[in-house]
Design a protein around this ligand. Structure first.
Ligand SMILES: Nc1ncnc2c1ncn2[C@@H]1O[C@H](COP(=O)(O)OP(=O)(O)OP(=O)(O)O)[C@@H](O)[C@H]1O
Ligand SMILES: [Mg+2]
Length: 354
């Protein structure tokens, strides 16, 4: 066995030589859920490290329940009751916001960092016009007066390509289609030109053609504003389209990460290979060469909170699992070759040809 190769503690999309400090830096992030009545809290996220530079996109992928939304909510300071950051750090443009007071986080949310939620109808307020909702952040954070905020809301609606923005600005959310509401969410999230945008499944509620338009729009606005994006998705086709780097989560742990092309062509972890194989037209490189019966589906489910072993949680679903996989703690992320940004956490990495 070769000695462990050094992997930078975090993955920073787009911070090649000469790039500035990342907009978002997460290292060693551990989130737990309290169990009450003297029981030990259970881990929800363990030792997560992700960074994103200005103008770049990192995708967080993984099946339902693996911790994608919890990561987003931890960054935004919006963890639900009972969830707690128990370790690690979150920095936004160099500022440590891990345990920032509510007052500070309210200043940052909707301003330096903002989020697009999965379901626009739950995030938009039905009793206010879309113009008022876009304008609210501008009044709050940038001190714009009513007419200035309205003018800027119209400008944002134009930027997200809503036709007849001057009249649509007075619409209530229910007067718009799903695709338009999602564009309004984007307009709201980007109104204050945030440094960091978190998009949690931004297009799952939309049909495929509208999805493509929303991604194009996000890319264009990202380029204009040099926004760092964390994109959360189940959809690997969207990852291929949008992301520079990918982090794969399984049961609250990052099991593989790296540049998007490498990850899609030469995935190292059996779980990543399975995820990719579930999307037929993405079967590339090593994933396509591997045995199809293993890859066409990944049997089983992500173990629920409180039932996660210290050993690899994927082992019970993995056809490559050996004794070490169930008896030893999950290995750290290890670079696939010296200096590589592609890193895998798997005891059988070398044997299975990662
Ligand atoms: N309010 C809550 N109370 C208790 N457990 C929760 C709550 N919200 C999420 N969980 C649990 O926390 C874990 C991580 O959930 P999270 O919502 O981050 O998953 P996800 O990766 O975003 O999944 P999805 O793809 O379904 O959105 C899961 O085991 C989930 O069941
Ligand atoms: Mg989620």
């Amino acid at each position: 066995m070769t000695a462990a190769m050094a992997v930078p503690d975090q993955m920073t999309a787009g911070t090649g030589q000469g790039a500035g400090a990342p907009v978002l830096e997460i290292d060693g992030l551990t989130v737990t859920l309290d169990q009450g009545r003297g029981r030990a809290p259970v881990p929800v996220l363990e030792n997560l490290g992700v960074s994103v530079a200005a103008g770049r996109t990192v995708a967080l992928v993984g099946e339902s329940g693996c911790g994608k939304s919890m990561t987003a909510l931890a960054i935004m300071g919006l963890l639900p009751e009972g969830f707690r950051i128990a370790g690690g750090h979150i920095r936004l443009a160099g500022e440590d916001i891990t345990h920032a007071p509510g007052r500070r986080l309210r200043r940052l949310r909707g301003n330096a960092m903002s989020m697009i939620f999965q379901e626009p109808m739950t995030a938009l307020n039905p009793v206010y016009t879309v113009g008022d909702q876009i304008g609210e952040a501008l009044s709050l954070h940038q001190g714009l007066g009513r007419s200035e905020a309205r003018a800027r809301a119209i400008e944002m609606l134009r930027a997200v390509q809503i036709p007849a923005a001057e009249s649509r600005v007075d619409n209530y959310p229910h007067q718009m289609s799903g695709g338009m509401r999602q564009r309004v969410m984007i307009a709201m999230a980007l109104a204050c030109r945030p440094k960091l945008l978190i998009a949690d499944e931004p297009t799952t509620a939309l049909d495929v053609t509208v999805q493509a338009q929303v991604f194009d729009l996000l890319k264009r606005l990202q380029a204009e504003n040099d926004t760092a994006i964390v994109m959360i998705t189940h959809d690997l086709a969207a990852v291929a389209d949008m992301a520079d780097e990918v982090a794969v989560l399984y049961a609250g742990r990052c099991i593989e990460r790296g540049p998007v092309a490498t990850m899609l062509e030469r995935p190292g972890h059996p779980y990543t290979r399975g995820l990719i194989a579930c999307v037929p037209h993405l079967k590339l490189g090593a994933a396509a060469a591997a045995e199809p019966e293993m890859l066409d589906d990944i049997p089983g489910l992500v173990p629920p909170l409180g039932q996660r072993a210290a050993a690899c949680c994927f082992a019970p679903r993995c056809r490559h699992a050996a004794l070490a996989c169930t008896t030893r703690p999950q290995p750290p992320l290890e670079a696939v070759s010296a200096g590589s940004r592609h890193a895998v956490s798997c005891w059988r990495r070398e044997e299975i040809g990662a």
